[in-house]
Design a binder for this molecule. Structure first.
Ligand SMILES: *[C@@H]1O[C@H](CO)[C@@H](O)[C@H](O)[C@H]1NC(C)=O
Ligand SMILES: *[C@@H]1O[C@H](CO)[C@@H](O)[C@H](O)[C@H]1NC(C)=O
Ligand SMILES: *[C@@H]1O[C@H](CO)[C@@H](O)[C@H](O)[C@H]1NC(C)=O
Ligand SMILES: *[C@@H]1O[C@H](CO)[C@@H](O)[C@H](O)[C@H]1NC(C)=O
Length: 362
């Protein structure tokens, strides 16, 4: 074979190689485009009523969802995406079952346009850790108070949130935990922990004691007034309402719930925003966190995550929650079930275990 002939063959090889590369890249690119599937349910905005509604008609097959998620799985993280996909479907079903409308409140959502990431914070569910993550994404200096940071990390306007809510290119994360554990955790941190001032103890203790200890409001010169009896001079509690007392007030209260015990579905507008992934903090794995990092476009080799925040006296797990529930009647647990029914149903949380914790007084 002549030298010229060999040279031509070589050139042809190179051209073929480039063509194949182009073809593969194109395939890869188009599969990226369908990475975030279209909404499982269709959200409509009614201008007259200024409200969102969920359309009954448009349920996409969950299999498509799983297929697309498995595609992600092949890119390195092997986690069980089926569970999250099932929960997403369940959320959509419950929204329709009760015909729920959930308001969009921009302050509840952290958003980073560069990382195409959105997250709904829920207090006492690792919200500080995730807020820190979003602060890091914006290269903000570390702070001791991530509560305050929230305002600089949220979606800028309601309009923007409306656009994001149906933007399929944004990875939207929801993090939940058993509503009863979260409630006990909130009580311990916001009411019972009197080593610090909290706005919740300051505001709600008076309302609680009006129902449960009216005698505290009878005052004379020697005993002092209510505030002198109940609070120290630096506004910390001297007399702490018990968990039962807290619930007596909470279960009859008609005021808007504090963000520490509000229902997840309304706080995070789950019927109007199509989330991509639901992390259950009750039994999450390191792999799931890695998966979220990769979807947030973060380098998992950099350490972003601080340890999850602890309540004074330790993490609130099932055993701790059960101890607090041991002082409740089954009737109270039933009422709690009723109050958090939608969240319990959406994320498939069991109530029976907690019912068994309650003392059986009938
Ligand atoms: C919006 O709500 C109003 C009032 O209930 C209703 O009359 C109207 O038909 C609704 N519009 C759409 C597009 O659904
Ligand atoms: C998303 O929803 C907003 C407000 O309802 C609407 O104006 C916009 O056209 C929608 N965008 C897409 C991509 O559907
Ligand atoms: C003030 O109230 C306390 C407790 O209710 C009572 O024991 C005391 O006698 C009262 N003192 C006066 C001066 O009324
Ligand atoms: C339950 O009630 C008992 C008696 O009132 C109390 O000593 C205990 O601290 C309570 N337990 C919890 C976890 O609140």
């Amino acid at each position: 074979m002549s030298l010229q002939m060999q040279f031509v063959k070589c050139i042809l090889c190179v051209i073929l190689y480039i063509a194949v590369c182009f073809f593969l890249l194109k395939i890869k690119h188009s599969s990226y485009l369908i990475q975030y599937p279209v909404s499982l349910f269709l959200v409509k905005y009614n201008q007259t009523k200024q409200e969102y509604s969920v359309s009954q008609s448009n349920i996409k097959s969950i299999n498509l969802e799983i297929e697309l998620l498995e595609h992600d799985e092949m890119k390195g993280e092997s986690i069980n995406l089926q569970e999250s996909a099932t929960i997403l479907q369940q959320i959509s079903n419950v929204c329709m079952k009760y015909n729920l409308r959930t308001p969009l409140i921009k302050r509840h959502f952290l958003y980073n346009s560069e990382h195409k990431s959105m997250y709904c914070w829920i207090r006492k569910i690792a919200s500080t850790s995730f807020t820190k993550l979003f602060a890091d994404m914006k290269n903000r200096p570390p702070t001791r108070n991530y509560y305050k940071e929230v305002d600089s990390l949220t979606v800028r306007s309601l309009k923007e949130l409306q656009l994001l809510s149906n933007n399929t290119k944004i990875f939207k994360l929801l993090v939940v935990r058993h509503p009863f554990q979260r409630l006990v955790s909130s009580y311990r941190d916001r009411i019972a922990d009197n080593s610090k001032y909290t706005a919740q103890a300051w505001i709600y203790t008076e309302k609680i004691f009006r129902l449960t200890r009216p005698e505290l409001f009878h005052s004379n010169i020697t005993t002092g007034n209510f505030q002198q009896k109940v609070f120290t001079s630096d506004k910390r509690l001297k007399i702490v309402p018990t968990f039962e007392e807290f619930l007596v007030w909470l279960l009859q209260s008609s005021e808007k719930d504090d963000v520490h015990w509000t229902q997840y579905y309304s706080h995070c507008a789950v019927c109007n925003i199509r989330y991509n992934y639901v992390l259950k903090l009750d039994d999450y794995t390191y792999r799931q966190i890695n998966y979220i990092f990769s979807k947030f476009g973060l380098d998992k080799n950099k350490v972003y995550f601080t340890t999850l925040g602890e309540t004074q006296g330790g993490h609130t797990n099932f055993d701790t929650t059960c101890k607090y529930f041991a002082n409740l009647t089954q009737d109270t647990v039933l009422k709690l079930h009723e109050k958090y029914k939608i969240d319990l149903e959406m994320y498939n949380y069991n109530v029976n275990y907690y019912m068994n914790c309650a003392n059986k007084k009938f």
